[in-house]
Design a protein around this ligand. Structure first.
Ligand code: DGY
Length: 325
């Protein structure tokens, strides 16, 4: 069985595939154009996909009838049209859990960076502006006892809530498709409506799976309803927020600050005026970028391909419904 992997992944994953006797195909050059990528995919039986550059949509599936399985090197699967995959009985694997700690660590890091204006102050040092002690300049805010609103309380949201509760005794509210009883029991998380979430959060952190219906959900009408001291954190997908609206909300002080590990568009332009603001911290989508998480992702993606190659069920599957018939 031929497995196409578009970018090098940690060795633990490739080793597992090789030891199973699978033929791995890597591109000569990892910066593929869409056409080049498609050509590689056409010749593969299964794909281990790294990154979200190209969409697995109807066009892809029609162009690549040989592809029988896709193992994503990510927990998010918003770049795959699951309906199209289901119609063709193609399992789509993902990598849950192994990156929950690392990604929630980044949300936690951004929350603190923004609250204490870390980026702004670091820039001052780099610019040679380490000025005399000023009791009034660039003051941050403390997080103790504040309200953290989680949009999407799944595995990553849970970790973020737990850390914030333990570190700062934050009051946790959340909005989700379904209730999270464990979070309610373990740290008194309270389920609230979306409206209540945006109005009551001192920090609002986005952790949901992205779907096209949620594009630009966090726009000016939402930012206007948020508290003026609120910090908006997005480590999920940039598509959740309207970046121009976020910029305006920050400039007009509708909200206090923002921390982004994902941007809209992504990657964003270095000229984006949002980067000039003093109340923002932006990272280049590094949520899962730890040795531990990336090794875990490689292992899970390899497990998915191996299970498929042996005629079994992918153990970490984004569309388990393909196995129900
Ligand atoms: C994920 O796993 O979905 C991360 O965002 C990396 O793409």
């Amino acid at each position: 069985m031929k497995v196409f992997i578009n970018k090098r992944i940690p060795e633990i994953g490739t080793k597992m595939l090789e030891e199973t006797g699978l033929q791995i195909i890597f591109p000569e050059n990892e910066n593929l154009s869409y056409e080049e990528w498609l050509d590689y995919c056409k010749n593969a039986d299964a794909i281990l996909n790294v990154g979200g550059d190209f969409k697995y949509d109807k066009t892809f599936f029609e162009a690549c009838p040989n592809v029988k399985a896709i193992a994503l090197y990510s927990v998010g699967f918003d770049h795959v049209d699951i309906k199209e995959a289901n119609q063709r009985n193609i399992p789509v694997g993902n990598t849950p859990d192994v990156l929950s700690r690392a990604t929630s660590d980044v949300a936690f890091l951004l929350m603190q960076s923004v609250a204490r204006r870390a980026s702004y102050n670091f820039q001052k040092v780099k610019d040679g502006n380490w000025n005399a002690f000023d009791p009034l300049h660039a003051l941050g805010q403390e997080l103790y006892g504040k309200t953290l609103g989680i949009f999407g309380l799944g595995r990553i949201g849970f970790e973020m809530a737990e850390k914030s509760r333990k570190a700062f005794d934050m009051n946790i509210i959340y909005h989700n498709r379904s209730r999270n009883e464990q979070a309610e029991k373990e740290f008194g998380a309270t389920y609230v409506s979306f409206d209540e979430l945006i109005k009551s959060s001192d920090v609002l952190s986005v952790h949901a799976n992205f779907t096209p219906e949620q594009a630009n959900l966090f726009n000016i009408s939402v930012f206007e309803k948020m508290k003026s001291n609120a910090i908006f954190i997005n480590t999920a997908r940039g598509g959740f927020h309207q970046q121009k609206d976020l910029y305006n909300a920050l400039v007009e002080e509708k909200i206090w600050g923002a921390g982004l590990d994902v941007t809209n568009p992504e990657p964003m332009s270095a000229d984006d005026p949002i980067l000039e603001l003093s109340n923002i911290c932006v990272l280049p989508h590094i949520g899962s970028a730890t040795i531990e998480a990336r090794n875990g992702m490689a292992r899970l993606a390899a497990e998915n391909i191996i299970a498929f190659s042996k005629g079994g069920r992918m153990p970490h599957c984004a569309n388990p419904e393909v196995y129900s018939h």
